[in-house]
Design a protein around this ligand. Structure first.
Ligand code: PNS
Length: 160
C-alpha cells in the first residue's frame, strides 16, 4: 500500500522550516503532497501559483529526494483533498507550544470531518524562530531574509 501524506499550509512564502518538514515527511512517506491552501484568515502576499513555483524550485534546489507533488487547493475542506488523493494523514510542523495550541483544534476538526489523522513533526530547532509572517515583515522593511528562506525565495524578494 502506498502511504501518502499531505503537508498543507499557506507557505506565504515557504521558509527553511517548511522545507525541513517537507524533507522529513518525504523520508517517511511514499508520496508527499505539499498543498498550498488559501487561508481565509490571512491576507496573502504571494499569489498562489508563485507560492507553488517557489516550493517546487526550493525542493529541487535542496535536492530533496522522494515522490513530492506540489499543488494548490482553494475549493473546500482540506480533508476532501486528503481523501481524494488517497492520503492517510496530514503532516504539520510544530515549532513551539504556540503551534501546538494553534494546530490542535484543526487536527481534531479534520479528524472529526474526515477521519484523517494529523502527525506533527519537529523541525530542526535552528528554524524554531522562523515564520512566514516574520519573513514578510523583514522583507517589507528592506531587511535580509536569506537566513530564513530557500535561495529561490530570497532571490525573488531581493529588491532590484
Ligand atoms: O500555514 P497555515 O496558514 O497555518 O495553514 C492553515 C491551513 C491552510 C492548513 C488551514 O487553514 C486549512 O486547513 N484550511 C483549509 C480549510 C479547512 O479545511 N478548514 C477546516 C479544518 S481546519
Amino acid at each position: 500500500m502506498t502511504r501518502i501524506a499531505v503537508v498543507p499550509g499557506s507557505f506565504d512564502p515557504v521558509t527553511l522550516g517548511h522545507l525541513d518538514v517537507i524533507e522529513r515527511a518525504a523520508g517517511i512517506f511514499d508520496q508527499v503532497h505539499v498543498l498550498v491552501v488559501h487561508n481565509p484568515a490571512k491576507t496573502a502576499l504571494f499569489p498562489t501559483p508563485k507560492r507553488v513555483q517557489l516550493i517546487e524550485q526550493s525542493i529541487a534546489d535542496a535536492g530533496i529526494a522522494g515522490d513530492i507533488v506540489v499543488t494548490s487547493w482553494s475549493v473546500g475542506l482540506l480533508v476532501d483533498y486528503v481523501t481524494d488523493v488517497g492520503a492517510s494523514v496530514i503532516v504539520k510542523g510544530i515549532r513551539s507550544q504556540i503551534d501546538v495550541a494553534y494546530e490542535t483544534p484543526m487536527a481534531i476538526v479534520n479528524r472529526n470531518l474526515g477521519g484523517v489523522e494529523t502527525i506533527f513533526l519537529l523541525p530542526d530547532p535552528a528554524h524554531a524562530h522562523v515564520s512566514s509572517s516574520l519573513v514578510r515583515q523583514v522583507a517589507a522593511l528592506g531587511g535580509d531574509v536569506a537566513p530564513y528562506v530557500p535561495r529561490a525565495v530570497a532571490d525573488y524578494l531581493r529588491p532590484s
